[in-house]
Every structure is written in C-alpha cells, then in structure tokens.
Design a protein around this ligand. Sequence first.
Ligand code: ATP
Ligand code: MG
Ligand code: MG
Length: 301
Amino acid sequence: MKLAILSRNTKLYSTRRLVEAAREQGHSVRTLDPLRCYMRISSDGFAMHYKGQSISGYHAVIPRIGASVTRYGTAVLRQFELMGSFTPNSSDAILRARDKLRSHQLLAAQGIGMPATVFGDNPDDTADLLSMLGPPPHVIKLNEGTQGAGVMLTEKLSASKGVIEALRGLYAQFLVQEFIPEAKGADLRCFVVGGKVVAAMKRQAPKGDFRSNLHRGGSAKGARTTLAEQEVAIRAARVLGLGVAGVDLIRSARGPLVLEVNASPGLEGIEDASGVDVAGAMVEYVAERHKRRLAKRASKS
Ligand SMILES: Nc1ncnc2c1ncn2[C@@H]1O[C@H](COP(=O)(O)OP(=O)(O)OP(=O)(O)O)[C@@H](O)[C@H]1O
Ligand SMILES: [Mg+2]
Ligand SMILES: [Mg+2]
C-alpha cells in the first residue's frame, strides 16, 4: 500500500510512530505537510502538487490534522478522498468531531449518554438558559477548545453568568454543562480503531484541578474498560463517522458519559500508558480496508 501521513511535523511522536508502523508492515509511506499540498480543481480533473512536484496514486491517507489548520487541512484531505484515497477519518467526519456543539447534538440524538448541555446566543436568555441546566457547579467549555484550555468550572450562578458574559464579549462560542462530581477529576480515553477499543487509559487531574488533560498536568495509566464503556465509545465513533477516534468518557453514577470525541487523538500518552501498539493497529486497519476496496473493485470489473 502506498500511504501518506498528513501531518505538519515529521518529528511528532504520533507521526513518527505511524511511519514506523507502516514500514514495519511493509508499506511505502511518506509524510506530507497538508499546508504544502496545493491543488488545481476543474471539471476535467484534479491535480495536486507538493513542494513543486505532482503527487498522486496514494491508496490511503492517515490525517493528523491539528485544530489550528482544520479548514485547510480538511480541504486537502477532501481532495485526496476525491482522488480515490481511502482515509479512516473523512474530512466531513473530522469537521463534525471538531465542533463540540454539533457532535453533542448528533450523539444525543442517537441516545448516547452525555452530561446535560445547554447553549444559547442572546445575553437576554442567559438566566433562563442556565435554569434549563439546573443549579451550579457548571462546566463552561469553548466550542472549539482543546487540551483542556477552554474548560472552566463555576461554583456559583453569578460566576457562570460572569464567565458567559465575558465569553460573549469575546465573540467566543461556548456550551455549558452539568458538572459530574463522581468523576473526581478522572476521565477515560478509549482509543477506537475500526469499531474496536484497541487501548484505554485513565487520566487523573492534578491536585486542585478537575480537568484530567495530560497537557494540564494530568497523569495517565492503562485502564480496563467495561463492555458498556466500550460499547458507548464504539457507538460514538460510529455516529460521527470516525474510523479512528479518541473517545473521552467520564464514569458517572448513571453510567459512562461521552465528553468528546477526538478525530486526531495523540498516540504518545495512550501507547505509554497501555503498552499497546496503537500505531500498528491503525496501519493494519487502513491496510485491511484498502485491501477490501481493491477486492470490491476487482469483483465489479
Ligand atoms: N461535565 C463535566 N464534569 C466533570 N468534569 C468534566 C466535565 N467536562 C469536562 N470535564 C473534565 O475536563 C476535561 C477537559 O474537558 P474536554 O475533554 O471536554 O475538553 P477539551 O479541551 O476538548 O480537551 P481535549 O484535549 O481532550 O480535546 C475532561 O477530560 C474532564 O476531566
Ligand atoms: Mg477536544
Ligand atoms: Mg478531552
């Protein structure tokens, strides 16, 4: 299989591991910086160039598109899709997952458990909006935050109102959730590949914080997941259309609740904590799907 890893940086752990796994499994692999891919689109065909050279014929791409380049990165990925490459996560699925509000709507509609969530636009509606949620503590999240940076806990109604007012002043989109105290600052990252949880880790917030993100000083260790947790993680990835996903769950008194679904989950923390060759599992899955596509095409002709 001729494989491309779409990643801005060849030195990142996740990128290096994917390249390594692809080589180990005997594939030809190249890392392409999505921001250096450019294309000509017209009704009589597509052309893509990379640093001055024409590129084509990639059987599959594994997108590792950072939040800061979502728009251009997914446009490049879409072009690969239109040129016939297989991708475990489509450009549309990545866009769905990046938008917390949109993905919460889709997951809730499929009956997937999550903390109760409210969102609204007009400042005149804030008081009633918060009454729809219930009393504090509240968790306020930026719609497109990442690594825990845009997630705040408010203990009092006045604080919730103040934070919301400030965010509105900055024209930031946000959602407000009920706080799940039973989680005690821990969450469960389930790494889903091709409809299976291949690895899981429990992350614990540092003392004095409720956010368990590793970037916020959280610590991780390998975790065993229950069947119910696996099922929720697998369903969440499927609803958003992601072949590879890092599904963050929180253990609550009413069962596993989905916090978010990451479309480009990092490999370092999870491989470290679980000891699983997650990169290998991703490449195997992509190769398997590529093989199936070839067989389908052969049977059609
Ligand atoms: N409703 C909640 N109740 C309790 N804790 C929560 C809640 N929502 C989030 N947290 C905690 O805050 C952390 C960050 O929240 P979340 O995963 O939604 O944000 P993020 O900024 O997108 O992080 P990521 O880097 O995983 O993309 C969670 O891992 C969890 O530990
Ligand atoms: Mg996130
Ligand atoms: Mg998270």
